[in-house]
Design a protein. Structure first.
Length: 363
């Protein structure tokens, strides 16, 4: 079965962790010098696992007084670093490793070619480009420049406060430039990813932004408590606006017996609180199922891996040694009574439908 990964911050691994993700997974691991962060994804492994496409993220934060994770000082550094990560994806396209998908027709054709292929080894992987945290957008009007460079999805914030909103581990509403940014995003067709946003900022953003919304890697507060997850009210808003919610593979968001204080994400060792072997893909399926039950259909649940963005395999469910292991979600859903058509929607079809409908149309 095909897979559409709703969140893969590949540029983080390729640029910040200095991995050549065009190599096999064995070679990536052999060359790696990031102890404690073992990769489980790369382009050859995506092809092996029939991961036809992904929302490929780039993430650059500005350092500020209440920053939770490291960031860069100064607007020039933030903007320049983000442009560099974006260029990473465009060079991979030039090398034939991937294809940047900027319109719905191209996405549909790309998925059709993968669906018809018996062997995917030589196929380019599809890249829908997304900015996680909007600090690199130095003024609201600049969003049009990023759109021209191929970016199609933007989230306002990441961890802590950003230029535009409060994010994970912080509380508060939108910041003054956000209203103009959301207006410009709607005007140019930039899609709003609500992942990582604080509750107050969430409700203000959905009131101001009239375009399509998604939650690329967001789990359910009713299943696992905590500020990082969405309440049922928030999930219903995304569903009512015909959005899609990708279930994250991050074990911090899957452990039902420990609630992380997200205001200090750098000071926690997962194994001090739970064993990796106790967090499984069944926990991921719990969040998928919760979204389906809220919606009354399987039309809004999907995979949102946060692939390798959560610290490699140490932060992934115990069955996951490779992105290809996302295929193991299929028999779990089958065991819960999901029909084949609904499983296909969850594994790839819902993201394909959403982006095919909401990416620009060719004139």
């Amino acid at each position: 079965m095909l897979i559409f990964d709703g969140d893969y911050p590949m540029a983080y691994g390729g640029v910040e962790l200095n991995r050549d993700l065009t190599l096999s997974l064995a070679k990536v691991r052999a060359a790696d010098d990031n102890p404690g962060n073992i990769a489980f994804a790369c382009l050859p492994e995506m092809r092996r696992g029939r991961v036809a496409a992904a929302l490929m993220k780039f993430t650059v934060r500005r350092k500020r007084e209440h920053s939770i994770l490291p960031g860069l000082r100064g607007t020039a550094a933030v903007h320049g670093a983000a442009r560099g990560q974006l260029a990473y994806y465009h060079v991979l396209e030039e090398e034939g490793e991937g294809v940047v998908l900027t319109d719905g027709e191209s996405l549909a054709k790309h998925i059709d070619s993968w669906d018809k292929a018996d062997v995917t080894e030589g196929l380019p992987v599809g890249f829908v480009l997304g900015m996680e945290g909007a600090d690199p957008i130095l003024s609201p009007g600049q969003v049009h420049e990023w759109f021209e460079m191929g970016v199609r999805v933007v989230s306002l914030t990441h961890y802590g406060p950003s230029t535009y909103a409060h994010g994970t581990g912080s509380e508060g509403g939108l910041l003054p430039p956000a209203k103009d940014l959301l207006r410009e995003m709607s005007a140019c067709g930039m899609l709003l990813d609500l992942t990582h946003i604080s509750d107050e900022s969430f409700f203000e953003a959905v009131d101001l932004y009239d375009g399509p919304v998604l939650a690329s890697h967001q789990n359910c507060r009713a299943v696992v408590p905590g500020q990082r997850q969405f309440s049922d009210e928030q999930l219903r808003i995304v569903i009512e606006r015909d959005g899609v919610i990708g279930a994250s593979m991050d074990t911090w968001m899957l452990c039902p017996w420990y609630t992380l204080d997200w205001s200090n994400t750098g000071g926690y060792n997962r194994r001090d609180y739970y064993r990796r072997e106790d967090i499984t893909l069944s926990h991921v399926a719990d969040h998928i199922d919760h979204v389906c039950q809220l919606a009354g259909t399987a039309d809004h649940a999907a995979i949102g891996g946060d692939t390798d963005g959560q610290g490699g395999i140490e932060g992934a469910p115990s069955e996951v040694d490779s992105i290809a292991d996302y295929q193991l979600v299929v028999p779990i859903l089958e065991g819960r009574g999901y029909a084949r058509d609904d499983i296909e929607k969850i594994m790839y079809g819902n993201w394909v439908r959403f982006y095919t409908e909401h990416l620009p149309k060719n004139d």
